[in-house]
Design a protein around this ligand. Structure first.
Ligand SMILES: CC(C)(COP(=O)(O)OP(=O)(O)OC[C@H]1O[C@@H](n2cnc3c(N)ncnc32)[C@H](O)[C@@H]1OP(=O)(O)O)[C@@H](O)C(=O)NCCC(=O)NCCS
Length: 158
């Protein structure tokens, strides 16, 4: 069994590692690595210090992580990003538990909507977001036609 809790500073290395394991299958699909694969330990540490990272922990091991950031242009709107579940633990509800923890916390803090972007070609992720109640509202084609990383924005409001 696992628990979901706010990340501690000592989790930064494991958060980065689980993110890289989860997103690696997407790497070969695109000429430019998706944002989570370009992440650095420093940025993960900054997010943890701001209380914007949650982890799923099984024993002492981090098996999943999720992060949030404010969407600057919209009042009360936040973006979920970097949702990552260790492939060894996929399809066990870990991702759903992480999203629910973020939703509970941000709702209590007064957030009115959650948004996220995912790759149009990242079919398992799109299935996942539908399943947890998010709906697409905007397609954002990759400005570089050779890049092929077209994004879909999803949101949930309450
Ligand atoms: C997408 C991801 C977060 C799902 O995490 P998870 O813990 O496996 O998901 P859960 O067990 O909570 O939910 C499972 C649901 O997600 C979807 N899903 C997960 N993996 C899937 C796959 N390989 N193929 C199709 N659907 C999939 C399905 O809707 C599934 O529901 P079902 O079992 O009833 O079919 C995880 O696979 C992951 O880290 N992927 C790589 C990184 C990524 O895409 N992150 C999100 C980017 S925005």
């Amino acid at each position: 069994m696992w628990s979901v809790e706010p990340a501690a500073p000592a989790d930064a290395g494991e958060v980065l590692a689980v993110t890289q394991r989860a997103f690696r299958p997407y790497q070969a699909k695109y000429p430019v690595a998706p944002e989570p694969l370009q992440d650095t330990l420093e940025r993960v540490r900054e997010d943890i210090d701001r209380g914007r990272v949650w982890v799923a922990r099984s024993g002492s091991r981090v098996i999943g992580a999720v992060r949030v950031r404010p969407l600057g242009d919209r009042n009360g709107a936040w973006e979920i990003y970097g949702l990552a579940v260790d492939p060894e633990f996929s399809q066990l509800d870990v991702g759903t538990s992480l999203v629910r923890a973020v939703e509970d916390r941000l709702r209590r803090q007064g957030a009115r909507a959650l948004h996220l972007q995912t790759g149009l070609r990242d079919a398992p992720a799109i299935e996942f977001w539908y399943r947890v109640g998010y709906r697409p509202y905007r397609l954002e084609p990759d400005p570089d036609p050779a890049g092929g990383y077209d994004r879909v924005w999803f949101s949930k409001e309450w």
